[in-house]
Design a protein around this ligand. Structure first.
Ligand code: UDP
Length: 372
C-alpha cells in the first residue's frame, strides 16, 4: 500500500491534463491537478465579456473525424453547429479560405472546376520532384498566384521565418478543393462548446482537486513527494533546465478591444495575408456563436505572432529540423526518467489539434517510465 497522498500529480490544467485527470479519476485513481496560471483550461481558456465567449489565447474550433473523441467531449458540454469559414484579406482584396472554387473564382475570374484545374496544373508544374520546404509544397499544391497572395506573407508573419525554411507539413494542414466549399476543415464533426471551453474543462474536472498558481518546476522536489506518478504537460526543455539549449516556439500577442458596434467584420476570422499588416488575423468572437452577445457590443482581437522569449507563453512548437533534433535529445532524457509521463503540445513538442490531444490523453500509458 502506497504512503503517498495521490496516484497522479497532473502538471497543467489544460486539455491534456483535464482529460487525463478525468480518465484516471474514473478509474479510481487519486489525482491532484496543479497549474501555474490562475485559471484552468490552459490555452483553450474562454471568458465571458459582454455576453460573448472570448477565446483568451486565440481562436479554437473543435473538429474531429474520430467518433470516440466526439462522443467523449459530448459528455461534458453541448456543441453548436459552427463551421469555420475564414476570409483572407490581401490589401483589401477578399478571398475565401481554404483554397476552393470560390477562391479560384476570386483569383482568376474563372467559374468551372475544369478551368481552375487547368490553371492549377499549369502553375503547379513549377515544382518538379518532392517539395523540400513549405514554399515548394505550397506552389505544388495551389500554384504561385495563390502562394504569393494568400500564403507567403501570412506564413512569414506567423512563423517569423521565410517559407523556404519551414517544413512542408504545415501547409498540408489546409484543404485544397475544386468545389465551392468554404469549410476550413474536412472533418465530419465540428463545433464550439455552448457556454465556452472553460465550462467544458470545468466539467471534466468535476470532483477533482485543482490547485492554481502553483509553479511545479519551482517546487518540484516537494511536489513530487505527493504522488506516485507525474503527468507533465509543460515544455519538455524547461523540465530539463534547458540543458541542451531551448527549443524554439512561436508566441502570440493579443490586442483585444470592446467596440460599440453590433458587427465589425461579419465573420469570425479574417486573415491579413500581406506581409506589411503587422497582425496575422482579427477574430470577432461573437461570430463563433452566431452573433450572440449584448446588443450594440462586439469584441475583436488582433493577433500578432512573435518569437518566444523566456517569460512569454509558448504556443506553437517550431518543428523544423534543427528543433526536431533537439527535441529528440530531450526525448531520450525523458525516456530515462522514472514515474513521469510527458504529454501535450509542450510536453511532446508537437503541433497537436485539440482532438489529437484528447486522443493522446485517453491513450497515454506511461511510455516514458512506470505509471505506478
Ligand atoms: N496559412 C496561410 N494563409 C492563411 C492561413 C494559413 O498561408 O490565410 C498557412 C500558414 O503557414 C499556417 C498554416 O497555413 O501556419 C496552417 O494554418 P492553420 O490555420 O491550420 O494554423 P492554426 O489554426 O494552427 O494557427
Amino acid at each position: 500500500m502506497s504512503m503517498k497522498s495521490y496516484d497522479y500529480l497532473i502538471v497543467g490544467a489544460g486539455l491534456f491534463g483535464a482529460v487525463f485527470a478525468r480518465r484516471m479519476t474514473d478509474d479510481g485513481k487519486r489525482c491532484l491537478v496543479i497549474d501555474q496560471r490562475d485559471h484552468i483550461a490552459g490555452n483553450i481558456y474562454s471568458k465571458e465579456i459582454d455576453g460573448i465567449q472570448i477565446h483568451m489565447y486565440g481562436p479554437h474550433i473543435f473538429h474531429t473525424d474520430n467518433e470516440e473523441v466526439w462522443r467523449y467531449v459530448q459528455r461534458f458540454v453541448k456543441f453548436n453547429h459552427f463551421r469555420y469559414e475564414p476570409v483572407a484579406n490581401y490589401k483589401g482584396e477578399l478571398y475565401n479560405l481554404p483554397f476552393n472554387m470560390n477562391t479560384f473564382h476570386q483569383m482568376w475570374g474563372i467559374n468551372t472546376p475544369q478551368q481552375a484545374g487547368a490553371i492549377l496544373e499549369q502553375q503547379c508544374k513549377e515544382i518538379t520532384g518532392e517539395p523540400k520546404n513549405l514554399e515548394e509544397q505550397a506552389i505544388k499544391l495551389v500554384g504561385r498566384d495563390v502562394y504569393e497572395k494568400l500564403i507567403k506573407g501570412y506564413t512569414q508573419k506567423q512563423w517569423g521565418r521565410p517559407c523556404d525554411r519551414l517544413p512542408s507539413f504545415i501547409i498540408r494542414r489546409l484543404p485544397v478543393r475544386l468545389r465551392y466549399d468554404n469549410n476550413y476543415f474536412n472533418h465530419s464533426y465540428q463545433g464550439i462548446p455552448i457556454g465556452g471551453y472553460t465550462k467544458m474543462v470545468e466539467n471534466m474536472l468535476t470532483g477533482i482537486e485543482v490547485r492554481l498558481g502553483v509553479d511545479y518546476l519551482a517546487s518540484k522536489a516537494e511536489l513530487d513527494k505527493l504522488a506516485e506518478t507525474v503527468l507533465y504537460t509543460g515544455p519538455i526543455d524547461a523540465y530539463f533546465g534547458y540543458k541542451y539549449g531551448s527549443l524554439e516556439y512561436r508566441s502570440l500577442r493579443f490586442e483585444t478591444e470592446i467596440l460599440n458596434c453590433d458587427n465589425y467584420q461579419g465573420v469570425a476570422g479574417m486573415n491579413f495575408t500581406d506581409a506589411e499588416t503587422p497582425y496575422t488575423r482579427i477574430i470577432e468572437h461573437k461570430h463563433f456563436e452566431f452573433g450572440k452577445g449584448n446588443a450594440g457590443k462586439t469584441v475583436i482581437t488582433r493577433e500578432y505572432s512573435k518569437e518566444w522569449r523566456p517569460g512569454d507563453e509558448p504556443y506553437y512548437p517550431v518543428n523544423d529540423e534543427k528543433n526536431q533534433r533537439l527535441y529528440e535529445q530531450y526525448k531520450e532524457l525523458a525516456a530515462k526518467e522514472q514515474n513521469i509521463i510527458f504529454g501535450g503540445r509542450l510536453g511532446e513538442y508537437k503541433y497537436y489539434d485539440m482532438d489529437q490531444v484528447i486522443k493522446a490523453a485517453l491513450e497515454a500509458n506511461g511510455q516514458y517510465g512506470r505509471t505506478g
